[in-house]
Write a protein of this length. Structure first.
Length: 122
């Protein structure tokens, strides 16, 4: 029994590690998976920036609606806010959102006399 155990241990000593072919196959599989994942990551990043931009537009529009609901007197019906700075200084927004597509906060808010609110990027 001890002789069998010794012979098994000797066989294991000779077969340590992986062969070069096995390592090359594993590296090829990892390279293939990486080449499939990288383009997907790029499109996900672009889609997330577009989604964040649309969320910013909705947030600014809701803040402008709050402003209009509070100040919709006959004197204030022609109010036009050129940017989000007015909404921030009057505490309708905590801070001006940054456009993730251009990395600036250049949203323009326009409130027409009839209360129609338009939010766009100049």
């Amino acid at each position: 029994m001890i002789l069998k155990l010794c012979s098994v241990m000797k066989e294991r000593d000779n077969s340590r590690g992986f062969t070069l072919v096995e390592l090359i196959v594993v590296m090829a599989i990892l390279a293939l998976l990486a080449s499939l994942a990288v383009p997907k990551f790029g499109s996900v990043l672009s889609d997330s920036k577009t989604t964040a931009h649309e969320a910013n537009l909705r947030l600014i529009e809701q803040a402008a609606e709050l402003y209009w609901a509070k100040t919709s007197t006959p004197q204030a019906q022609s109010t036009i806010a050129d940017d989000t700075h007015y909404l921030v200084t009057n505490r309708y927004l905590k801070e001006a959102p940054v456009n993730p597509l251009t990395e600036t906060n250049n949203y323009r808010v326009t409130i027409a006399a009839d209360g129609k609110i338009t939010v766009d990027v100049p």
